[in-house]
Design a protein. Structure first.
Ligand code: CP3
Length: 342
């Protein structure tokens, strides 16, 4: 049996105090990240340069001693590796050439992914050698639905109308895109595991925008296929799912997808969600990132209430969404200290 606290929680142990890592724990709120950012090329170049991606992944581990490191990369690396034009523009966010017809879809090529993502796998191998003994390395991808949102829309959006309209209006085209994403996500996560990722996470940021029937079709079913395939190829390697804004479905999602852990978003009541999740399935979350910006008593009160709600079941402490750039790193240190004082 492993000693790593995160892997113990993912295996169904209630570790106390719960282990902690934070979504977006590497990034712009850290001065040491901003220093690399100012002296390196663009975001994709940082992700694709093993020296830089390894160093950036390690920064929050050195500073805070987190129980897990998450690979420094992005969910949009997969569309980029498939051959879609992807750029990260300052102050704008990701910009992609939209996939709205068969011709655009046909230009994507799953055969490119292994070659294009080779530097990421090299980063994973280096991280495994560099990480502290009890720190777990987490690999990740976006879930097919959330990645499809960016691919079809061509960037971020309030409501991802084009994508959701395509799912209803051109179900054949949307199904072909989702099929490509299920297969390439499975293969890419499998490659991350073979390179040394000890757990993987599927980020489904926009899962909560769908109607109940579309949620089953485009979130639950593809996630279940990916989890099944990974379990067959890599028995015992845990999968964390994050169906953001869909906390009402946490239990159904856990049951039907077979994930080892459900990550809860900020708005989800942890006690209620945990009551609906099968025993032995871990829960991750879910401090409000704004409470981390506030710090102090507000942050401690919110943290205590989450700890109380999830006491006695496998729990990995995290935020309900990623750290925001304006967060004071001192508050992160305070949070880790407060949690570990229990
Ligand atoms: O969590 C981590 O520390 C690991 C790295 C990571 C990044 N993005 C780095 C990043 C992870 C796990 C992601 C996931 C991701 N990326 C999601 C799912 C989770 C979520 O936040 O909802 C989504 C939707 C994306 C897509 C994306 N990437 C957007 C919309 C943006 C622009 C917005 C922003 O915050 O800038 C990015 C860019 C991005 N990804 C940055 C980082 C550190 C900032 C770019 C930079 O520093 O140059």
């Amino acid at each position: 049996m492993t000693e790593k606290p995160i892997l113990r929680a993912l295996a169904g142990d209630d570790v106390w105090p719960p282990p902690i890592w934070l979504m977006r724990q590497a990034g712009r709120y850290l001065p040491e990240y901003r220093a690399i950012r100012d002296s390196s090329g663009g975001f994709i170049a940082r992700c694709m340069t093993p020296d830089l991606a390894t160093e950036i992944t390690l920064q929050p581990i050195r500073r805070f001693g987190m129980d897990a490191a998450i690979l420094f990369s992005d969910i949009l690396i997969l569309p980029w590796a498939l051959g879609q034009d992807v750029a990260f523009k300052d102050g704008v966010g990701p910009v992609l050439s939209p996939i709205r017809d068969t011709a655009a879809l046909d230009r994507l090529d799953a055969e490119r992914v292994a070659g294009a993502t080779a530097p990421v796998l090299e980063t994973i191998r280096r991280l495994r050698l560099a990480l502290p003994e009890l720190c777990t390395l987490i690999g990740f991808c976006g879930s097919p639905f959330t990645v499809a949102c960016y691919m079809v829309e061509g960037g971020g959006s309030r409501d991802f109308c084009e994508t959701r309209a395509m799912a209803y209006g051109d179900p054949g085209l949307f199904a072909r895109l989702m099929e490509l994403l299920v297969r390439s996500t499975t293969d890419y996560l499998s490659a991350q595991i073979s390179a040394g990722a000890e757990a993987v996470m599927l980020f489904d940021t926009w899962a909560g925008m769908l109607s109940p029937s579309q949620f089953l079709r485009h979130v639950v079913a593809p996630t279940a296929r990916i989890v099944d395939a990974l379990n067959a190829r890599h028995p015992g390697v845990p999968v964390i799912g994050f169906p953001r804004l869909a906390g009402l479905y946490a239990g159904l999602y856990a049951e039907r997808t077979g994930v080892d852990c459900v990550a809860l978003d900020t708005g989800t009541d942890p006690a209620r969600a945990a009551a609906s999740v099968p025993d032995g399935v871990a829960v991750q979350g879910n401090l409000d990132p704004i409470a981390l910006i506030a710090g102090g008593a507000a942050m401690r009160t919110e943290t205590s209430s989450i700890l109380g709600a999830l006491r006695g079941r496998p729990h990995i402490f995290n935020l309900g969404h990623g750290i925001l750039p304006q967060t004071d790193p001192e508050h992160v240190a305070e949070l880790v200290g407060f949690l570990r004082s229990h």
